[in-house]
Design a protein around this ligand. Structure first.
Ligand code: NDP
Length: 323
């Protein structure tokens, strides 16, 4: 089968399309024939070596949708031919992948492989951030950085479903329009405007309840200045660079703030929790309540260009690869 690996880790040019043996499912595992692959920022971290993988060359991709091609011993929840999707199993930049049964969910008939591959990772992320890390309700105001990104557009929509007021940031006016079309109440161009001053103006100096910050280095400290006393800083990514060390005293000085650095794995480790998040997300897509904006679908062989576009900030919504 064809698969894209990082050999060695480094820049996008290190992504190689290789012929590898088709993997075979072991006990509790399922072989999926992949129809659509989701590209996520975490793939950049594995490709560059920021996140360490035990194998060489490094397998890429954490999300896909496809058809069950074979099942290993003990698998009971899916059969050959079922349409399935998953996130958080590396090796999806390929024609086939072996996936633990517990990570698979069935795709509703009215949801396409592309839609499913586009929402598993970022959709479940948006779900846990808005339902569990900080359960948003009417009366809350949140700040969502990179609001037109893959995760961003989904967080905006789920925050609005919960009845919260949404302030978003993006680097361009075109991106701001996209987030507004998904319900963001106020948009700030954080590359041109002082987002702390803007948040203070929008909230009449009250500040906000929670920040969902996936950008990191360039937004982290200023985001703390946007929070109400005892507000929550959710630092869940670092597309703008790693945050670095933080002195907890800063949280006291800025108003007894809370800080969390969550990751999806800890919010889907329980199978019931995973099914809850995945079925909410897929059912909302099926009913049209949640929209996923697919920016582009590239052939698997063009994974390097997909990474270049993501890192150059030119994408909005979701990038997909087609094996
Ligand atoms: P996005 O589609 O959001 O792409 C990244 C966006 O970040 C860009 O479009 C850009 O938006 C913004 N950005 C700001 N500064 C930079 C920079 N210097 N270089 C590149 N981009 C920059 O990607 P994803 O939705 O896949 O992921 C967003 C972040 O969320 C990543 O850090 C990812 O690791 C994290 N994440 C974390 C999860 C978790 O559970 N902890 C799960 C899923 C994602 P703009 O131009 O508007 O500034």
């Amino acid at each position: 089968m064809k698969a894209v690996v990082a050999d060695p880790v480094g820049g996008p040019e290190n992504l190689q399309l290789m012929d590898l043996p088709t993997p075979q499912p072991g006990e509790g595992e399922v072989l999926v024939k992949i129809e659509s692959i989701g590209v996520n920022y975490i793939d950049v971290y594995f490709r560059s070596g920021l996140y360490k993988a035990p194998e060489t060359p490094v397998k890429l991709g954490n999300e896909a949708a496809g058809t069950v091609a074979a099942v290993g011993k003990g698998v009971v929840s899916v059969r050959v031919g079922h349409r399935v999707a998953y996130a958080m199993a590396r090796g999806s930049y390929a024609e086939y992948a072996v996936v633990p049964e517990r990570l698979l969910v069935e795709i509703p008939d009215s949801v396409s492989f592309e839609q499913a591959a586009a929402v598993m990772l970022q959709g479940m992320t948006a779900h846990y951030l808005t339902h569990s890390t900080f359960p948003l309700k009417a009366g809350h105001t949140c700040l969502i950085h990179a609001a037109a990104g893959g995760a961003g557009l989904l967080i905006v929509q789920m925050a609005k479903m919960a009845g919260a007021r949404v302030i978003g940031t993006t680097s361009t006016a075109e991106k701001a329009k996209l987030a507004q079309a998904q319900g963001a109440d106020h948009m700030i161009l954080y590359t041109r405007q002082d987002f702390v001053a803007e948040v203070k103006r929008i909230t009449n100096d009250a500040g906000i309840d929670v920040v969902y910050d996936s950008v990191g280095k360039t937004t982290f400290h200023k985001s703390l200045d946007c929070l109400k006393p005892r507000g929550l800083m959710v630092s869940f990514g670092q597309s703008g660079g790693a945050v670095g060390e933080i002195d907890p005293l800063v949280l006291s000085q800025k108003g007894s703030l809370f800080l969390t650095r969550p990751t999806l794995a800890n919010y889907v480790s329980d199978p019931t929790e995973l099914k809850w998040r995945a079925s909410d997300v897929l059912n909302w897509i099926a009913s049209g309540r949640l929209k996923v904006q697919i920016y582009r679908t590239c052939p698997l062989a063009e994974a390097a260009q997909a990474h270049r576009d993501l890192e150059a900030r030119i994408t909005t919504g979701k990038l997909l690869l087609k094996p």
